[in-house]
Design a protein around this ligand. Structure first.
Ligand SMILES: Cc1ncc(COP(=O)(O)O)c(C=O)c1O
Length: 387
């Protein structure tokens, strides 16, 4: 095994770079998860996590990947055969739909071109047509990590309210929490789904469900089978700061440190930083003469930018050139976008110079891979950042 010199540039849209402070916290010795010190830590953590979701309601932390949080949300809030309305905004919405089918739910899909977010009007229309209220939940991926498109959650909420429909609103914030403005309570979200490995700057391994009172009431009557994911058991244990099974103790140390870092910077400043880096990245893409996948400026992502390759050029070949030459990982195209786009992650533990280095690697890579481009992207981004 040889090690390239210098630091690997991990510029995929998650997992993101883990700050040294968080790594040091994770390196503390594991303690007894049933001992008194753990209870103190657990109670503190379960309280301090809530403002990150902008909620006053309980947030459950599972030792799992984000997919587990999807399953937990559906299994706890719904019953076999329930209809769920899902906007097919990209590969992650597609995977969530497939998971719903495997759980015995009946997803109704609203297609998109994968270049726009969920369409609130189309959602409203479906709900108005659903006279018998068979649709029990509306599922939206806030930031589609496969496309770099942000869905307008408040507009979706308004569409549900305007239709006077009782469906729950389930939102996947796996690549938006702690990087893109999200307000669970104000926006009337019933279950927020999240993961540790993106805006929270942690390694993969923690998954979250934040639960509104309406979702908890639905859970009381919901009959899909659930065991490991059961909200009731976890919430009962969480009351005293504990978990019904062995939690990911060291990742919880890291979570505490990451929350401290987010609070020191201020959540609103964190959001503004991501907006700014997204804009600088798009300035670079435009100056290269390439195309951003997201078409609606209201839906641009602060977490990542998906870039379309020119016709006849394979995005994965380009990514391989960048990895081999500069030890930088860029995100691959997923699902129907395979080979067609590469994705630049600009979320998490990230600053102006990280972005400058990332864009330099891309610009050099475009040249080496023989992709037609204008050599002006880095300069355009630097101009934007130094404005
Ligand atoms: C928006 C979104 N939803 C769901 C997932 C699935 O999460 P995981 O791979 O952690 O299971 C991801 C992963 O990148 C994601 O970006």
């Amino acid at each position: 095994m040889t090690h390239p010199s210098g630091r690997h540039f991990l510029q995929i849209p998650g997992p993101t770079n883990v700050p040294d402070r968080v790594l040091r916290a994770i390196a503390q010795p594991t303690i007894d998860h049933r001992g008194p010190a753990f209870g103190v830590m657990g109670r503190k953590l379960l309280t301090e996590i809530r403002p990150i979701f902008k909620t006053e309601h309980p947030v459950i932390i599972y030792p799992a990947s984000g997919t587990g949080a999807w399953e937990a949300a559906l299994a706890n809030a719904l019953s076999p055969g329930d209809k769920v309305l899902i906007s097919d905004t990209g590969q992650f919405a597609t995977l969530w739909r497939q998971l719903a089918v495997r759980l015995g739910l009946r997803p109704e899909v609203i297609p998109t071109d994968w270049r726009h977010g969920a369409d609130p009007d189309a959602i409203g229309q479906k709900l108005v047509e659903d006279k018998n209220h068979e649709i029990k939940a509306v599922c939206v991926v806030h930031n589609e990590t496969s496309t770099g498109v942000v869905s307008r959650v408040p507009a979706v909420r308004k569409a549900i309210d305007d239709a006077r429909h009782p469906a729950l609103l389930l939102v996947d914030t796996i690549s938006s929490l702690a990087s893109i403005d999200f307000r669970m309570d104000e926006w009337g979200v019933d279950v927020t789904i999240a993961g540790s490995q993106k805006g929270l700057m942690l390694p993969p391994g923690l998954a979250f469900n934040a639960i509104s009172p309406k979702a908890l009431a639905a859970h009381e009557k919901a009959t899909l089978p659930k065991a490991y994911w059961g909200w009731t058991e976890v919430l009962a244990s969480n009351k005293t700061g504990y978990f019904p099974y062995t939690p990911a103790t060291n990742l919880l140390y890291g979570l505490h440190e990451a929350i401290s870092m987010l609070n020191e910077e201020g959540l609103e400043n964190v959001f503004a930083r991501h907006v700014r880096h997204g804009a600088a990245t798009r300035a670079a893409v435009e100056a290269w003469g390439l195309e951003v996948l997201c078409l609606n400026p209201e839906e641009f992502s602060g977490s990542l930018t998906a870039v379309l390759m020119p016709e006849g050029h394979d995005a994965d070949r380009f990514r391989a050139t960048v990895l081999d030459s500069f030890d930088m990982s860029l995100g691959t195209g997923l699902g129907r976008l395979a080979g067609k786009v590469f994705r630049i992650g600009h979320l998490g533990h990230f600053n102006d110079l990280t972005l400058a280095g990332t864009l330099c690697g891309i610009e050099m890579g475009l040249k080496l891979a023989g992709v037609p481009y204008q050599p002006r992207g880095v300069q355009a981004a630097l101009d934007y950042l130094s404005r």
